[in-house]
Design a protein around this ligand. Structure first.
Ligand SMILES: CC(=O)N[C@H]1[C@@H](OP(=O)(O)OP(=O)(O)OC[C@H]2O[C@@H](n3ccc(=O)[nH]c3=O)[C@H](O)[C@@H]2O)O[C@H](CO)[C@@H](O)[C@@H]1O
Ligand SMILES: C=C(OP(=O)(O)O)C(=O)O
Length: 428
């Protein structure tokens, strides 16, 4: 087991290249189940979520070949193997095996997913969608059993705008008989990416990127090649790090339109940002002004950047208020930031961050992926050394983070933990 160490205070300078989007990758890989022949996905990030999904595809009989950042999945020998336990619990996106296997085999048994603890993360809207398509869904000892004689298109209104439910219903519906309409659908770029893959496989999908998606079922889907979109949350994390500790940073392989809400907030804070087709230039040359943020569904401010943004607000001139309307309990980074001298109050549904404060290095633990990103940004700013544990969370979503930040000038490295440290960490 490793820990991450950061000696704070070094300015970031230079260029960093963004990897393929984790939240696309984790849906594109299960989507390949639906094809009759090989699907190649290009530009996948080398993160543990992708490895875990590759293993799950092999568990159901698929052959998975990795060539650097490209993965080819052969689905021809896949079977409706039950996956009630084991690796499905390591990540959130294993729930896409429900939609994809139901769509392909008319049945699936999948354990309830894991992933970041952000407060309650129900999947009732996924299940509502599967049932509307004709599946019988039961929860037996922590695993979801899905069975259908035949899937038939249906009109499904999502009570909550959900990324996962929108994608999962698309996966289940692309081969159903007739038309499926998803109303109040989510509009995140990752949904468009998954719909693009499915369309390249022969699916008929209209309206992605709006809140009404129409899918006309087709009898079969074929293999194809697809290039994944860049990770807007990874890009946003580096943009926030650059705003916090950057002199001049260029973020390469980014779609700036995917980050408009963040870019607007950073500009309000006095950060200089220039956008070009695939790059963002970020310079911090004036004191930071405080802002308030409220997370919303896309194109609003992403909840996944709320925690990293909290660390940035500790450097602004007054108090800033953060309200997470998607996951109001996504707060586990706060106690850890307090250990680093941050002054943060939680009042009702809001987090009030006081600035500017000099953060101090400390021993802290990442409880989830973006809490990890928040602590890393705090570590870059802190006086002295910050030690971060809980790297399994960070490795789920950030490719080669240590190398990327080092190349920008950060003093950051990983070390093996001693047995005593591991024991102490387990009690933290
Ligand atoms: C793998 C992946 O893509 N993860 C992202 C995805 O998670 P995920 O797809 O799990 O998140 P959702 O968009 O589904 O969740 C949005 C909101 O809807 C609620 N909800 C969701 C489904 C449901 O059946 N019932 C229900 O009440 C959730 O509790 C949450 O409050 O979108 C989240 C919101 O942008 C991001 O933080 C995650 O990084
Ligand atoms: C919450 C996240 O991931 P997951 O949904 O996979 O837990 C995230 O990417 O910030």
């Amino acid at each position: 087991m490793q820990k991450l160490l950061i000696e704070g205070g070094h300015d970031l300078n230079g260029q960093v290249r963004i990897s393929g989007a984790k939240n696309s990758a984790v849906a594109l890989l299960p989507a390949a189940i639906l094809a009759d022949s090989a699907v190649t996905i290009e530009g996948l990030p080398e993160i543990s979520d992708v490895d875990t999904l590759g293993d799950l595809l092999e568990e159901i009989g698929g052959s998975v070949y990795r060539d650097g950042q490209d993965i080819t999945i052969h689905p021809e020998k896949m079977m409706a193997m039950p996956l009630p336990n084991g690796k499905v619990k390591k990540l959130r996106a294993s729930y896409y095996f429900m939609g994809a296997m139901l769509g392909k085999f008319n049945k699936a048994v999948i354990g309830l997913p894991g992933g970041c603890f952000l407060g309650p993360r129900p999947i009732d809207q996924h299940i509502k969608g599967f049932e509307a398509l004709g599946a019988e869904v039961t929860n037996e000892q922590g695993a979801i059993y899905l069975r259908a004689n035949e899937l038939r298109g249906a009109r499904i209104y999502l009570d909550v705008v959900s990324v996962g439910a929108t994608i999962n219903i698309m996966l289940a519906a692309v081969k159903a008989k007739g038309r499926t309409t998803i109303e109040n659908a989510a509009k995140e770029p990752e949904i468009i990416d998954v719909a693009t893959l499915l369309t390249n496989m022969g699916a008929k999908i209209k309206g992605v990127g709006t809140d009404v998606i129409r899918i006309d079922g087709v009898p079969s889907l074929h293999g194809c090649r697809h290039t994944i979109i860049p990770d807007r949350i990874e890009a946003g994390t580096y943009a926030i790090a650059a705003a916090a500790k950057g002199k001049e940073v260029v973020i390469d392989n980014v779609i700036p339109q995917h980050l408009e809400s963040l870019i607007a907030k950073l500009r309000e804070m006095n950060v200089t940002i220039e956008e070009s087709d695939e790059q963002l230039y970020i310079a911090r040359n004036r004191p930071l002004k405080s802002v308030d943020i409220k997370t919303l569904v896309y194109p609003g401010f992403p909840t996944d950047l709320q925690q990293p943004f909290t660390s940035l607000l500790t450097q602004a001139n007054h108090s800033g208020v953060i309200t997470d309307t998607i996951y109001s309990a996504r707060l586990k980074h706060i106690d850890e930031l307090r250990r680093m001298n941050a002054v943060i109050k939680v009042e009702g549904g809001s987090v009030i961050v006081s600035g500017p404060v000099q953060l101090e290095g400390a021993k802290v633990k990442a409880s989830d992926l973006r809490a990890g990103a928040s602590l890393i940004i705090a570590g870059l700013l802190a006086d002295g050394i910050t030690e971060i544990t809980g790297l399994d969370h960070i490795d789920r979503g950030y490719e080669r983070l240590t190398e990327k930040l080092s190349s920008l000038g950060a003093n950051i490295w990983r070390e093996e933990m001693t047995d005593v440290e591991i024991m102490q960490d387990q009690n933290m």
